[in-house]
Design a protein around this ligand. Structure first.
Ligand code: NAI
Ligand code: MG
Length: 354
């Protein structure tokens, strides 16, 4: 029997509340399948850990995580610890150390999910964002000169390497070819006259290897307008780290909200563990009240099943989420219901088994 060893980092606030439910769903999926099982190891890292130990994770955290097949993360960040510390010392360190250069974020309007757009049918919102996840605007390169002085200057670099751009764009083309979908590149070459001119050039170069894939290119400002006005234009989308971060929150807003937005941080070569997480944060405003929507965390668990090659089970989990949304009677407050986090997950489990 296949054993998948998973490092679970529930994190802060609503993170542990939703991850607990995702783990239950993964266990149930393994039981139903019968051909594989999970072994979960829990790590108590995050802001609570930081306040006790002065760091977000243990010093040898990365080498401990390296031994796992995947990481399942809730969210990190909480009032009391500056966000740039919580994000960099844990989330971004993991993404970078394990070269998880692909951030896969589905923006799909499931049946029953609320949509704030008028005259949009469910089939009109079905995109898959391929966000560059290792460099770009989040490379962490820059300087802070004359700190605290009147002539203070900060410089934040955007780092775009040929290797980095080529591999993410090629990954997106492969997906588009495999799924017979169009590929849209989102950039901003009119204003970012080095990084984005380079990005567009590489997109153009790689596209020559994929004459069968229909391509489109938009500037990021126009793309954000079009995602609202005409979302059906977008199928597979490839973009930089920062643009992908922002546009997928916009995507979440048109496809049911943050409680339904899932993401996978992949190291496609499988040299290192990949990481699966809902894209929302720790939701401090509702933490500890049983109000957090577990569906995004469960959706990212289904991405994990896909990544391990259990696509049948992955799509069964996604269908169970959709069935709960369509039924509409057991939903958390963000989706207009009164159910708790665990009641919602119970309903998903019931659909999964039913
Ligand atoms: P957030 O995503 O935590 O919350 C934004 C809004 O969405 C809030 O109103 C919240 O209640 C709602 N929301 C989020 N997740 C929800 C869920 N599962 N169910 C129902 N409603 C949900 O973003 P915010 O407030 O900007 O950040 C809070 C903390 O989380 C910060 O410390 C931030 O740095 C961190 N963060 C961490 C991320 C990660 O670990 N991947 C991603 C984004 C933020
Ligand atoms: Mg974000």
């Amino acid at each position: 029997m296949d054993v998948h060893k998973i490092a679970v980092i529930p994190g802060d606030g609503g993170g542990p509340e939703v991850i607990r439910e995702g783990v239950r769903v993964l266990e149930e999926a393994a039981r139903l399948d019968g051909g594989f099982r999970f072994e979960f190891t829990w790590f108590p890292w995050g802001c609570g850990y930081y306040l006790k130990h002065g760091r977000m994770m243990e010093e040898d955290g990365i080498s401990r995580l390296e031994k796992f097949d995947a990481i399942y993360l809730g969210a990190v960040g909480y009032p009391g610890v500056p966000d740039h510390i919580s994000l960099w010392d844990l989330l971004l360190t993991i993404r970078k150390s394990f070269d998880q250069y692909v951030n896969l974020r589905p923006i799909t309007l499931l049946k029953g999910a609320p949509c704030p757009l008028k005259d949009v049918r469910r089939e009109d919102i079905d995109m898959l964002f391929v966000r560059e996840n290792s460099e770009g605007e989040y490379a962490g390169s820059g300087s802070w000169l004359f700190k605290g002085k009147p002539n203070e200057v900060v410089i934040q670099d955007g780092v775009f390497s040929r290797t980095g751009c080529e591999r993410i764009i090629r990954y997106a083309f492969e997906l588009a070819r495999e799924r017979k979908k169009s590929l849209t590149s989102i950039s901003k070459a009119n204003a970012l006259n080095y990084s984005m001119v380079f990005w567009d050039q590489i997109f153009e170069e790689v596209s020559r290897e994929y004459p069968d894939v229909e391509t489109h290119s938009y500037l990021v400002d126009a793309a954000s307008m079009l995602m609202v006005k005409d979302p059906r234009r977008f199928e597979i989308v490839v973009t930089s780290n920062l643009f992908g971060d922002i546009l997928t929150d916009l995507g979440a807003a048109i496809a049911g909200g943050m409680g339904l937005a899932a993401g996978a941080n992949l190291n496609p070569e499988r040299i290192y563990p990949s990481m699966f997480e809902p894209i929302h944060g720790s939701a401090p405003d509702i933490a500890g009240q049983g109000k957090a929507n577990p569906l995004a965390a469960i959706w990212s668990a289904s991405q994990m099943l896909d990544f391990f090659g259990h696509e049948d089970m992955g799509s069964r989990v996604l269908s169970a989420i959709e069935a709960v949304l369509e039924e509409g009677s057991v939903l958390t407050p963000d989706l207009g219901g009164t159910a708790t986090t665990s009641q919602t997950a119970d309903r998903v489990l019931a659909k999964l088994c039913g």
